[in-house]
Design a protein around this ligand. Structure first.
Ligand SMILES: NC(=O)c1ccc[n+]([C@@H]2O[C@H](COP(=O)([O-])OP(=O)(O)OC[C@H]3O[C@@H](n4cnc5c(N)ncnc54)[C@H](O)[C@@H]3O)[C@@H](O)[C@H]2O)c1
Length: 311
């Protein structure tokens, strides 16, 4: 099994910066590569802010941010970035052509024992790994934004991924303090983005069909299903709602069917729904009263408070 000591991140955008924050704060030496050298300094600046945020919120000890930052070497040279890597976390644009090109390069330039992990939100590993001569070492390790705060990493294999590569990635994620969830088979959107996509379609439809404004839709969610969210998902909720899952299915199937039959089934957002959603979201109080940057800071500070309670 791959003994992971040296890490390389490919792509220094939002997700690469998040991974760099996580790996470096856990004491790993890492190389951060981007083909666009101009983004590397900016990325280091954001990683520093992330690390200082963790330190200021007691999620790192005093001085740890500085030590972590020193672990990171940035380079625009791919061969130099991957020459002795044990684990490579790819975080480039979400496009098969771009991913396949970088996996082809990794196949040629990285050690043959290195795990090649993709951060992709929308693509399947079965397709990406076709270009790699040892496809069994290719896995998908899908994080959530903000990567330095959200615990979940979905670990998924492609058709040719080995159980060993999945186990190594899963254990590694657990060792660095993430909460990995292993999927038994790959499917677009994995688990959480599928659930979120179903929820988002219905939320847009409620706004578009005039049932409620964005403010009410989000508020209703936050103080009900959202409030319960840290404790339980939809399935345990069903178990409790029915005093047992068998009873829930027996008692609620008919009323759920009425709901499901009236719910949105479209697969692309119509112009009318887009206009209604844009107007309604821009009228939300938090959107009107905070800048994007302020809203992200607010989100991160509130997330830390919640994480401190539930972990
Ligand atoms: N943004 C999200 O919410 C989110 C969440 C989870 C996973 N992801 C996934 O993470 C990946 C990266 O997303 P992001 O939001 O960080 O994108 P981004 O656009 O912020 O960053 C991508 C970076 O990759 C670099 N890049 C592109 N091609 C490259 C190449 N061939 N070699 C080296 N560097 C290259 C770009 O210069 C850019 O800096 C995507 O696959 C995305 O689906 C995104």
């Amino acid at each position: 099994m791959n003994n992971i000591k040296k890490i390389t991140i490919i792509g220094a955008g939002l997700i690469g910066q998040g991974w760099a924050t996580v790996f470096s704060s856990r004491g790993y030496a890492l190389r951060l590569h981007d083909r666009d050298e101009s983004v590397l300094e900016k990325a280091l600046g954001q990683i520093k802010l992330n690390l200082l945020f963790l330190e200021a919120n007691d999620l790192l000890k005093a001085g740890q941010a500085d030590t972590a930052l020193k672990q990171i070497k940035v380079t625009g040279n791919l061969a130099e970035a991957v020459s002795d890597a044990d684990y490579i976390q790819e975080a480039v644009f979400d496009d098969y052509e771009v991913k396949k090109r970088i996996f082809t390069d990794l196949d040629a330039q990285a050690p043959k024992t290195a795990i090649l992990a993709s951060s992709t939100s929308g693509l399947l590993m079965t397709e990406i790994q076709k270009v790699v001569t040892e496809p069994e070492r290719c896995v998908l390790a899908h994080p959530y934004l903000p990567v330095h705060l959200m615990p979940l990493v979905e670990v998924v294999g492609g058709a040719l991924t080995s159980p060993e590569a999945l186990a190594t990635t899963y254990n590694f994620m657990e060792n660095i303090g993430k909460t990995p969830v292993l999927l038994k088979k790959e499917v677009p959107g994995y688990i959480v983005n599928r659930l979120q996509s179903a929820l988002l379609r219905e939320a847009i439809d409620l706004v578009d069909s005039g049932v409620a404004d964005a403010e009410q839709v989000d508020r209703a969610f936050c103080i009900s299903a959202g409030l319960r969210g840290p404790l339980m998902g939809p399935l345990l909720r069903a178990y409790l709602a029915g005093d047992g899952i068998e009873r829930f299915i027996e008692n609620y199937s008919r009323s759920y069917r009425i709901r499901w039959e009236s719910m949105a089934t479209w697969n692309s957002i119509s112009d009318r729904a887009a206009d209604a959603t844009i107007k309604s979201v821009n009228e939300m109080k938090l959107v009107r009263t905070k800048s994007l940057k302020e809203l992200k800071t607010w989100r991160d500070e509130m997330l830390v408070k919640i994480l401190k309670v539930i972990h």
